[in-house]
Design a protein around this ligand. Structure first.
Ligand SMILES: C[S@@+](CC[C@H](N)C(=O)[O-])C[C@H]1O[C@@H](n2cnc3c(N)ncnc32)[C@H](O)[C@@H]1O
Length: 158
């Protein structure tokens, strides 16, 4: 087995758009017939891998393994996001719902299809806690003051 894989970025993200490199532009034919896309990208500014982490850096949450999270700090910092395709003009795609920074290299794009939609699934208590406190945590995050947060996972648990 090869020890390394070489990726060929197909484009770059900038201000709500993905610009596909000329070389790969032909590969976009027909993409505008899909409302949603799966975008795979390289989290190029990710910090070194941490195998055990507090989800979203909330220290009151128990540490979990990186593969049980969406943390960018992973052995292969590949991001995956389902986005809405608003329009395509030539080799530029206007998208909604993307969570990467400008200049993020795009590795691949696939259409979102029926087979991707799972109606019933389970997820852990700590993630339910993060969803419940989303607004509050976003405010704290902006202040970069997560360590001082008194948002308590255990206190909020039923
Ligand atoms: C938690 S990751 C999740 C990405 C994707 N939805 C996934 O699940 O793979 C998204 C966060 O990574 C950070 N981020 C965005 N672009 C990045 C980049 N190019 N390199 C490193 N971190 C990035 C931002 O803080 C963003 O909110």
């Amino acid at each position: 087995m090869k020890k390394f894989a070489i990726f060929k970025p197909i484009g770059t993200f900038k201000k709500g758009t993905i610009h596909i490199h000329k070389k790969w532009a032909k590969g976009l034919k027909g993409i505008e017939d899909f409302s949603h896309l799966i975008v795979l990208f390289w989290l190029h500014q990710a910090e070194p891998t941490k195998l055990l982490i507090h989800p979203q850096r909330v220290e009151s949450l128990p540490k979990v393994g990186v593969f049980a999270t969406r943390s960018p700090s992973r052995p292969n910092p590949i991001g995956l996001t389902v986005v809405k395709l608003l329009k395509r003009r030539g080799r530029t795609l206007w998208i909604e719902g993307f969570d990467a920074w400008d200049k993020t290299p795009i590795l691949d794009i696939k259409p979102y299809t029926k087979g991707d939609a799972i109606k019933s699934y389970n997820f852990p208590e700590w993630l339910k806690f993060l969803y419940r406190n989303k607004k509050r945590l976003e405010t704290i995050n902006k202040k970069d003051d997560l360590k001082k947060t008194n948002v308590s996972f255990f206190r909020n648990k039923k």
